[in-house]
Design a protein around this ligand. Structure first.
Ligand SMILES: Cc1cc2nc3c(=O)[nH]c(=O)nc-3n(C[C@H](O)[C@H](O)[C@H](O)COP(=O)(O)OP(=O)(O)OC[C@H]3O[C@@H](n4cnc5c(N)ncnc54)[C@H](O)[C@@H]3O)c2cc1C
Length: 415
Protein backbone atom coordinates (compact mmCIF):
# COMPACT_ATOMS: atom_id res chain seq x y z
CA UNK A 1 0.00 0.00 0.00
CA UNK A 2 2.74 2.49 0.94
CA UNK A 3 6.01 2.95 -0.84
CA UNK A 4 8.27 3.21 2.16
CA UNK A 5 11.87 4.15 2.68
CA UNK A 6 14.28 2.83 5.27
CA UNK A 7 12.94 3.07 8.79
CA UNK A 8 14.94 5.66 10.71
CA UNK A 9 15.32 5.95 14.45
CA UNK A 10 14.67 9.19 16.28
CA UNK A 11 15.77 9.76 19.85
CA UNK A 12 13.34 10.74 22.61
CA UNK A 13 15.18 13.68 24.15
CA UNK A 14 12.75 16.41 25.20
CA UNK A 15 15.29 19.18 25.75
CA UNK A 16 14.89 20.65 22.31
CA UNK A 17 11.66 22.32 23.39
CA UNK A 18 12.18 25.96 22.44
CA UNK A 19 11.32 28.01 25.50
CA UNK A 20 12.92 26.26 28.44
CA UNK A 21 12.75 22.70 29.67
CA UNK A 22 10.01 20.79 31.51
CA UNK A 23 10.81 17.93 33.93
CA UNK A 24 9.47 15.13 31.72
CA UNK A 25 12.23 12.64 30.90
CA UNK A 26 11.38 9.77 28.64
CA UNK A 27 13.67 6.83 28.81
CA UNK A 28 12.38 4.89 25.83
CA UNK A 29 13.56 3.08 22.77
CA UNK A 30 13.92 5.45 19.82
CA UNK A 31 10.96 5.99 17.51
CA UNK A 32 10.89 4.41 14.05
CA UNK A 33 10.04 6.95 11.33
CA UNK A 34 9.33 6.03 7.75
CA UNK A 35 10.02 8.37 4.83
CA UNK A 36 7.26 8.38 2.22
CA UNK A 37 9.00 8.19 -1.17
CA UNK A 38 6.05 8.38 -3.57
CA UNK A 39 2.39 9.40 -3.64
CA UNK A 40 0.46 7.04 -1.44
CA UNK A 41 -2.97 6.32 0.04
CA UNK A 42 -4.39 5.21 3.38
CA UNK A 43 -7.65 5.34 5.33
CA UNK A 44 -6.72 8.30 7.57
CA UNK A 45 -3.78 10.71 7.72
CA UNK A 46 -3.29 12.32 11.11
CA UNK A 47 -1.31 15.56 11.03
CA UNK A 48 0.41 16.14 14.37
CA UNK A 49 2.02 13.56 16.66
CA UNK A 50 1.23 15.35 19.91
CA UNK A 51 -1.08 13.77 22.43
CA UNK A 52 -4.19 14.50 20.36
CA UNK A 53 -2.85 12.93 17.17
CA UNK A 54 -1.50 10.00 19.17
CA UNK A 55 -4.84 9.35 20.89
CA UNK A 56 -6.55 9.53 17.48
CA UNK A 57 -4.01 7.22 15.81
CA UNK A 58 -4.30 4.69 18.63
CA UNK A 59 -8.10 4.69 18.47
CA UNK A 60 -8.22 4.36 14.67
CA UNK A 61 -5.61 1.62 14.37
CA UNK A 62 -7.31 -0.36 17.15
CA UNK A 63 -10.45 -0.26 14.98
CA UNK A 64 -8.48 -1.60 12.02
CA UNK A 65 -7.93 1.55 9.93
CA UNK A 66 -4.70 2.13 8.03
CA UNK A 67 -3.19 5.32 9.45
CA UNK A 68 -0.25 7.57 8.57
CA UNK A 69 0.84 10.08 11.24
CA UNK A 70 2.84 13.08 9.98
CA UNK A 71 4.78 15.47 12.20
CA UNK A 72 7.44 17.98 11.23
CA UNK A 73 9.07 17.61 14.68
CA UNK A 74 9.82 14.66 16.85
CA UNK A 75 6.61 13.27 18.38
CA UNK A 76 5.25 15.08 21.41
CA UNK A 77 7.48 18.16 21.05
CA UNK A 78 4.66 20.69 20.64
CA UNK A 79 2.51 21.86 23.56
CA UNK A 80 2.26 18.26 24.80
CA UNK A 81 5.82 18.26 26.17
CA UNK A 82 5.15 21.59 27.89
CA UNK A 83 1.92 20.48 29.55
CA UNK A 84 1.67 20.24 33.32
CA UNK A 85 -0.78 17.38 32.69
CA UNK A 86 -3.34 18.07 35.37
CA UNK A 87 -6.00 15.81 33.89
CA UNK A 88 -9.25 17.33 35.04
CA UNK A 89 -12.94 16.95 34.33
CA UNK A 90 -13.58 20.50 35.54
CA UNK A 91 -13.66 22.92 32.64
CA UNK A 92 -11.89 26.30 32.63
CA UNK A 93 -15.32 27.90 32.41
CA UNK A 94 -17.22 27.31 35.65
CA UNK A 95 -20.58 25.58 35.58
CA UNK A 96 -22.13 28.88 36.69
CA UNK A 97 -20.60 30.74 33.70
CA UNK A 98 -21.43 27.93 31.28
CA UNK A 99 -25.04 27.90 32.57
CA UNK A 100 -25.27 31.65 31.93
CA UNK A 101 -24.07 31.02 28.36
CA UNK A 102 -26.03 27.90 27.44
CA UNK A 103 -28.61 27.30 30.17
CA UNK A 104 -28.24 24.88 33.06
CA UNK A 105 -29.31 21.65 31.32
CA UNK A 106 -26.82 21.95 28.47
CA UNK A 107 -24.02 23.17 30.75
CA UNK A 108 -24.63 20.31 33.19
CA UNK A 109 -24.50 17.85 30.27
CA UNK A 110 -21.15 19.31 29.16
CA UNK A 111 -19.72 18.95 32.65
CA UNK A 112 -21.06 15.39 33.04
CA UNK A 113 -19.55 14.45 29.66
CA UNK A 114 -16.18 15.80 30.77
CA UNK A 115 -16.48 13.80 34.01
CA UNK A 116 -17.25 10.63 32.02
CA UNK A 117 -14.29 11.32 29.72
CA UNK A 118 -11.97 11.40 32.75
CA UNK A 119 -13.47 8.16 34.08
CA UNK A 120 -12.99 6.53 30.67
CA UNK A 121 -9.48 7.96 30.33
CA UNK A 122 -8.51 6.48 33.70
CA UNK A 123 -9.74 3.04 32.63
CA UNK A 124 -8.05 3.44 29.25
CA UNK A 125 -4.62 4.26 30.74
CA UNK A 126 -5.00 1.34 33.10
CA UNK A 127 -5.54 -0.98 30.12
CA UNK A 128 -2.74 0.65 28.08
CA UNK A 129 -0.17 -1.00 30.32
CA UNK A 130 2.13 2.05 30.52
CA UNK A 131 1.45 3.92 33.71
CA UNK A 132 3.37 7.11 32.76
CA UNK A 133 3.03 8.25 36.38
CA UNK A 134 -0.74 8.39 35.90
CA UNK A 135 -2.11 8.92 39.40
CA UNK A 136 -5.74 9.61 40.29
CA UNK A 137 -6.01 12.87 42.22
CA UNK A 138 -8.67 15.12 43.67
CA UNK A 139 -8.68 18.78 42.73
CA UNK A 140 -8.79 21.78 45.03
CA UNK A 141 -10.42 24.79 43.37
CA UNK A 142 -9.47 27.77 45.52
CA UNK A 143 -11.68 30.78 45.98
CA UNK A 144 -10.23 34.24 45.42
CA UNK A 145 -10.96 37.80 46.46
CA UNK A 146 -13.54 37.99 43.62
CA UNK A 147 -15.00 34.52 44.01
CA UNK A 148 -15.27 33.85 47.72
CA UNK A 149 -17.53 31.58 49.77
CA UNK A 150 -20.72 32.88 48.15
CA UNK A 151 -19.44 32.31 44.60
CA UNK A 152 -18.13 28.84 45.34
CA UNK A 153 -21.33 27.94 47.24
CA UNK A 154 -23.33 28.80 44.14
CA UNK A 155 -20.98 26.76 41.94
CA UNK A 156 -21.17 23.85 44.37
CA UNK A 157 -24.97 23.93 44.40
CA UNK A 158 -25.06 23.80 40.60
CA UNK A 159 -22.60 20.92 40.53
CA UNK A 160 -24.67 19.00 43.07
CA UNK A 161 -27.80 19.64 40.98
CA UNK A 162 -25.90 18.29 37.94
CA UNK A 163 -25.03 15.12 39.87
CA UNK A 164 -21.31 15.93 40.05
CA UNK A 165 -19.25 14.94 43.10
CA UNK A 166 -17.37 17.30 45.42
CA UNK A 167 -17.45 19.15 48.74
CA UNK A 168 -17.47 22.82 49.64
CA UNK A 169 -14.82 23.83 52.19
CA UNK A 170 -15.17 27.11 54.04
CA UNK A 171 -12.13 29.05 55.26
CA UNK A 172 -11.90 27.02 58.48
CA UNK A 173 -12.25 23.59 56.86
CA UNK A 174 -9.72 24.54 54.18
CA UNK A 175 -7.22 25.70 56.81
CA UNK A 176 -7.79 22.61 58.98
CA UNK A 177 -7.34 20.06 56.20
CA UNK A 178 -4.99 21.78 53.75
CA UNK A 179 -3.27 24.50 55.82
CA UNK A 180 -4.10 27.02 53.09
CA UNK A 181 -5.64 30.42 53.68
CA UNK A 182 -8.38 31.30 51.22
CA UNK A 183 -12.04 32.27 51.63
CA UNK A 184 -13.29 28.84 50.44
CA UNK A 185 -12.52 25.94 48.09
CA UNK A 186 -14.18 23.09 46.19
CA UNK A 187 -12.65 19.66 46.72
CA UNK A 188 -13.55 17.28 43.89
CA UNK A 189 -12.57 13.66 43.20
CA UNK A 190 -12.13 12.08 39.76
CA UNK A 191 -9.13 13.86 38.21
CA UNK A 192 -5.53 12.66 37.72
CA UNK A 193 -1.96 13.63 36.89
CA UNK A 194 0.50 12.00 34.48
CA UNK A 195 3.71 12.52 32.55
CA UNK A 196 2.22 13.95 29.34
CA UNK A 197 5.16 13.17 27.09
CA UNK A 198 5.40 9.56 28.27
CA UNK A 199 1.67 9.09 27.76
CA UNK A 200 1.74 10.65 24.31
CA UNK A 201 4.70 8.56 23.14
CA UNK A 202 3.20 5.36 24.51
CA UNK A 203 -0.04 6.02 22.67
CA UNK A 204 1.88 6.59 19.48
CA UNK A 205 4.00 3.49 20.03
CA UNK A 206 0.81 1.46 20.50
CA UNK A 207 -0.60 2.88 17.26
CA UNK A 208 2.64 1.94 15.45
CA UNK A 209 2.39 -1.57 16.86
CA UNK A 210 -1.12 -1.69 15.40
CA UNK A 211 0.26 -0.78 11.98
CA UNK A 212 0.37 3.03 11.88
CA UNK A 213 3.23 4.63 9.95
CA UNK A 214 5.05 7.68 11.37
CA UNK A 215 6.45 10.18 8.89
CA UNK A 216 8.72 13.09 9.85
CA UNK A 217 7.82 15.83 7.37
CA UNK A 218 5.94 19.10 7.18
CA UNK A 219 2.52 19.24 5.57
CA UNK A 220 2.55 22.21 3.21
CA UNK A 221 -0.80 21.91 1.38
CA UNK A 222 -4.22 20.32 1.74
CA UNK A 223 -6.87 19.41 -0.82
CA UNK A 224 -10.24 17.68 -0.64
CA UNK A 225 -13.22 16.50 -2.66
CA UNK A 226 -16.55 15.02 -1.56
CA UNK A 227 -14.96 11.57 -1.64
CA UNK A 228 -11.43 11.97 -0.31
CA UNK A 229 -8.84 14.34 1.15
CA UNK A 230 -5.17 14.76 0.37
CA UNK A 231 -2.11 16.55 1.66
CA UNK A 232 1.29 17.39 0.27
CA UNK A 233 4.51 16.87 2.19
CA UNK A 234 7.36 19.38 2.05
CA UNK A 235 9.52 16.61 0.58
CA UNK A 236 7.12 16.33 -2.39
CA UNK A 237 4.84 13.28 -2.21
CA UNK A 238 1.11 13.53 -1.59
CA UNK A 239 -0.91 11.29 0.69
CA UNK A 240 -4.53 10.69 -0.26
CA UNK A 241 -6.91 9.38 2.35
CA UNK A 242 -10.53 8.77 3.21
CA UNK A 243 -10.10 11.44 5.91
CA UNK A 244 -7.44 13.84 7.13
CA UNK A 245 -7.40 14.59 10.87
CA UNK A 246 -5.79 17.91 11.82
CA UNK A 247 -4.20 17.76 15.28
CA UNK A 248 -1.58 20.45 14.82
CA UNK A 249 -1.92 22.06 18.24
CA UNK A 250 -1.73 25.84 18.24
CA UNK A 251 -0.68 25.97 14.57
CA UNK A 252 -3.96 25.98 12.64
CA UNK A 253 -3.86 25.85 8.82
CA UNK A 254 -5.08 28.96 7.01
CA UNK A 255 -8.30 27.44 5.69
CA UNK A 256 -9.42 26.68 9.25
CA UNK A 257 -10.30 29.92 10.94
CA UNK A 258 -12.53 30.29 13.97
CA UNK A 259 -13.50 33.53 15.67
CA UNK A 260 -13.92 31.40 18.75
CA UNK A 261 -10.22 30.52 19.04
CA UNK A 262 -7.07 32.28 20.19
CA UNK A 263 -3.67 31.20 21.42
CA UNK A 264 -2.26 32.16 24.79
CA UNK A 265 1.08 31.64 26.47
CA UNK A 266 1.54 30.06 29.87
CA UNK A 267 4.64 29.90 32.12
CA UNK A 268 5.63 26.99 34.35
CA UNK A 269 8.30 25.95 36.84
CA UNK A 270 9.23 22.75 38.63
CA UNK A 271 11.00 22.93 41.99
CA UNK A 272 13.60 20.62 43.48
CA UNK A 273 12.18 17.42 45.03
CA UNK A 274 10.62 18.28 48.41
CA UNK A 275 10.78 16.29 51.61
CA UNK A 276 7.44 14.43 52.04
CA UNK A 277 6.31 16.67 54.90
CA UNK A 278 6.72 19.76 52.71
CA UNK A 279 3.92 18.73 50.33
CA UNK A 280 0.27 19.51 50.95
CA UNK A 281 -2.44 17.08 52.01
CA UNK A 282 -3.25 14.32 49.54
CA UNK A 283 -1.16 16.05 46.84
CA UNK A 284 -4.36 17.42 45.29
CA UNK A 285 -4.24 19.32 42.01
CA UNK A 286 -4.61 23.02 42.82
CA UNK A 287 -6.17 25.73 40.66
CA UNK A 288 -8.04 28.86 41.48
CA UNK A 289 -11.00 31.05 40.66
CA UNK A 290 -8.89 34.03 39.63
CA UNK A 291 -7.67 35.51 36.34
CA UNK A 292 -4.94 34.69 35.52
CA UNK A 293 -5.07 31.63 37.69
CA UNK A 294 -2.28 29.69 39.36
CA UNK A 295 -2.21 25.92 38.89
CA UNK A 296 -0.03 23.50 40.84
CA UNK A 297 0.57 19.80 41.28
CA UNK A 298 3.28 17.49 42.56
CA UNK A 299 5.25 14.79 40.76
CA UNK A 300 6.31 11.29 41.77
CA UNK A 301 9.75 12.73 42.54
CA UNK A 302 8.12 15.14 44.99
CA UNK A 303 8.63 18.23 42.86
CA UNK A 304 6.08 21.02 42.90
CA UNK A 305 5.08 21.94 39.36
CA UNK A 306 3.27 25.22 39.08
CA UNK A 307 2.11 27.37 36.24
CA UNK A 308 -0.03 30.28 35.20
CA UNK A 309 0.45 33.99 34.44
CA UNK A 310 -1.24 33.27 31.07
CA UNK A 311 -1.33 36.13 28.61
CA UNK A 312 -1.68 36.65 24.87
CA UNK A 313 2.07 36.83 24.07
CA UNK A 314 2.55 35.21 20.64
CA UNK A 315 6.22 35.79 19.94
CA UNK A 316 8.70 33.20 21.30
CA UNK A 317 11.42 35.81 21.97
CA UNK A 318 8.97 38.02 23.88
CA UNK A 319 7.81 35.01 25.82
CA UNK A 320 11.34 34.17 26.86
CA UNK A 321 12.10 37.77 27.76
CA UNK A 322 9.04 37.80 30.02
CA UNK A 323 10.04 34.58 31.78
CA UNK A 324 12.08 35.95 34.75
CA UNK A 325 9.27 38.28 35.80
CA UNK A 326 6.62 35.60 35.23
CA UNK A 327 8.59 33.05 37.26
CA UNK A 328 9.07 35.57 40.09
CA UNK A 329 5.30 36.21 40.24
CA UNK A 330 4.48 32.48 40.18
CA UNK A 331 6.90 31.87 43.03
CA UNK A 332 5.60 34.74 45.08
CA UNK A 333 1.97 33.56 44.72
CA UNK A 334 2.87 29.98 45.54
CA UNK A 335 5.01 30.94 48.55
CA UNK A 336 2.09 32.89 49.90
CA UNK A 337 -0.25 29.93 49.44
CA UNK A 338 2.18 27.24 50.59
CA UNK A 339 5.18 28.61 52.55
CA UNK A 340 6.28 25.14 53.77
CA UNK A 341 8.20 24.16 50.60
CA UNK A 342 11.68 24.91 49.23
CA UNK A 343 11.28 26.96 46.08
CA UNK A 344 14.56 26.13 44.33
CA UNK A 345 13.62 26.24 40.64
CA UNK A 346 15.13 23.35 38.69
CA UNK A 347 13.04 23.71 35.51
CA UNK A 348 11.24 26.62 33.94
CA UNK A 349 9.52 26.72 30.57
CA UNK A 350 6.71 28.40 28.67
CA UNK A 351 4.60 27.54 25.67
CA UNK A 352 1.41 28.35 23.84
CA UNK A 353 -1.93 26.62 23.84
CA UNK A 354 -5.27 27.31 22.22
CA UNK A 355 -8.41 28.37 24.05
CA UNK A 356 -11.96 29.34 23.19
CA UNK A 357 -14.60 31.79 24.43
CA UNK A 358 -16.65 29.12 26.19
CA UNK A 359 -13.73 26.94 27.35
CA UNK A 360 -14.91 24.05 25.17
CA UNK A 361 -12.71 22.57 22.46
CA UNK A 362 -13.24 22.70 18.70
CA UNK A 363 -13.70 19.10 17.56
CA UNK A 364 -15.32 17.76 14.42
CA UNK A 365 -15.74 18.37 10.70
CA UNK A 366 -13.91 21.32 9.19
CA UNK A 367 -16.61 23.62 7.77
CA UNK A 368 -16.48 23.79 3.96
CA UNK A 369 -13.85 21.06 3.69
CA UNK A 370 -15.41 17.62 3.31
CA UNK A 371 -13.32 14.72 4.59
CA UNK A 372 -11.26 17.04 6.80
CA UNK A 373 -11.64 16.61 10.57
CA UNK A 374 -9.91 18.60 13.29
CA UNK A 375 -9.39 18.99 17.04
CA UNK A 376 -8.17 22.30 18.56
CA UNK A 377 -8.47 24.80 21.36
CA UNK A 378 -8.76 22.79 24.51
CA UNK A 379 -7.66 25.37 27.09
CA UNK A 380 -6.50 24.23 30.52
CA UNK A 381 -7.92 20.73 30.43
CA UNK A 382 -6.60 19.97 27.00
CA UNK A 383 -5.65 16.36 27.51
CA UNK A 384 -9.10 15.29 28.71
CA UNK A 385 -10.44 16.80 25.51
CA UNK A 386 -7.69 15.22 23.37
CA UNK A 387 -9.04 11.88 24.61
CA UNK A 388 -12.63 12.91 23.90
CA UNK A 389 -11.56 14.14 20.44
CA UNK A 390 -10.18 10.70 19.60
CA UNK A 391 -13.57 9.14 20.39
CA UNK A 392 -15.56 11.75 18.44
CA UNK A 393 -13.28 11.77 15.40
CA UNK A 394 -13.07 7.96 15.21
CA UNK A 395 -16.86 7.83 15.19
CA UNK A 396 -17.05 10.47 12.43
CA UNK A 397 -14.49 8.57 10.32
CA UNK A 398 -16.79 5.56 10.59
CA UNK A 399 -19.84 7.60 9.59
CA UNK A 400 -21.37 7.67 13.07
CA UNK A 401 -22.70 10.97 14.34
CA UNK A 402 -24.29 11.98 17.64
CA UNK A 403 -26.32 15.09 18.40
CA UNK A 404 -23.94 16.03 21.25
CA UNK A 405 -20.92 16.22 18.91
CA UNK A 406 -22.46 19.55 17.83
CA UNK A 407 -21.65 21.05 21.26
CA UNK A 408 -17.97 21.07 20.21
CA UNK A 409 -18.50 21.90 16.52
CA UNK A 410 -15.83 24.11 14.97
CA UNK A 411 -18.45 26.50 13.55
CA UNK A 412 -20.66 26.66 16.65
CA UNK A 413 -21.69 30.10 17.76
CA UNK A 414 -20.94 31.23 21.29
CA UNK A 415 -23.21 33.69 23.13
C1 LIG B 1 2.32 25.40 29.56
C2 LIG B 1 1.15 24.52 29.30
C3 LIG B 1 0.52 23.88 30.37
C4 LIG B 1 -0.56 23.04 30.11
N1 LIG B 1 -1.13 22.37 31.16
C5 LIG B 1 -2.14 21.51 30.94
C6 LIG B 1 -2.68 20.74 32.00
O1 LIG B 1 -2.27 20.86 33.16
N2 LIG B 1 -3.66 19.86 31.70
C7 LIG B 1 -4.13 19.68 30.43
O2 LIG B 1 -5.02 18.84 30.22
N3 LIG B 1 -3.65 20.42 29.41
C8 LIG B 1 -2.67 21.31 29.63
N4 LIG B 1 -2.16 22.04 28.60
C9 LIG B 1 -2.76 21.90 27.29
C10 LIG B 1 -2.30 20.62 26.61
O3 LIG B 1 -0.92 20.45 26.82
C11 LIG B 1 -2.60 20.71 25.12
O4 LIG B 1 -3.99 20.87 24.97
C12 LIG B 1 -2.21 19.45 24.40
O5 LIG B 1 -0.87 19.10 24.66
C13 LIG B 1 -2.38 19.68 22.91
O6 LIG B 1 -1.89 18.54 22.25
P1 LIG B 1 -1.92 18.50 20.66
O7 LIG B 1 -1.45 17.16 20.30
O8 LIG B 1 -3.26 18.91 20.19
O9 LIG B 1 -0.91 19.63 20.20
P2 LIG B 1 0.69 19.63 20.17
O10 LIG B 1 1.27 18.85 21.29
O11 LIG B 1 1.10 21.05 20.04
O12 LIG B 1 1.04 18.81 18.84
C14 LIG B 1 0.82 19.34 17.56
C15 LIG B 1 1.86 18.73 16.65
O13 LIG B 1 1.54 19.12 15.30
C16 LIG B 1 2.75 19.30 14.61
N5 LIG B 1 2.51 20.13 13.42
C17 LIG B 1 1.99 21.37 13.39
N6 LIG B 1 1.88 21.81 12.14
C18 LIG B 1 2.35 20.81 11.34
C19 LIG B 1 2.51 20.66 9.93
N7 LIG B 1 2.16 21.62 9.06
N8 LIG B 1 3.05 19.52 9.45
C20 LIG B 1 3.42 18.52 10.30
N9 LIG B 1 3.30 18.62 11.64
C21 LIG B 1 2.76 19.74 12.16
C22 LIG B 1 3.67 19.95 15.63
O14 LIG B 1 5.04 19.74 15.29
C23 LIG B 1 3.27 19.23 16.91
O15 LIG B 1 4.11 18.13 17.21
C24 LIG B 1 -1.05 22.87 28.80
C25 LIG B 1 -0.42 23.52 27.74
C26 LIG B 1 0.68 24.32 27.96
C27 LIG B 1 1.34 24.96 26.81
Amino acid sequence: MFELGRVEEASSDVRELRSGSPPWHVDQAPFPRTPILADTRCDVVVVGAGITGSFVAEALTRRGHSVVVVDKLMPGRGSTAASTAMLQWEIDTSLSELSDMYGFEKAAGLYRRSFTAMTDLTAFVDALGASCHFTPRSTLYLGSADTGLAGLSAEHALRERAGLPGALLDRGALADTFRMIRPAALLSPGSAEADPLCLSLNLLRTALLHGAVLVEDEVVAYDWTEGSAALTLASGPTIEAGHVVLATGYEMPDFLRSDNHRTVSSWCIATCPQSPGALWHDRVLIWEAATPYLYARTTDEGRIVLGGEDDDTQDAAEREAATPAKVARLLSKMRELWPAARYDVEYSWSAQFGETDDGLPLIGRVPGAPRMLAAYGYGGNGITYSFMASRILSALVEGEDRAWFGDYAIDRTTP
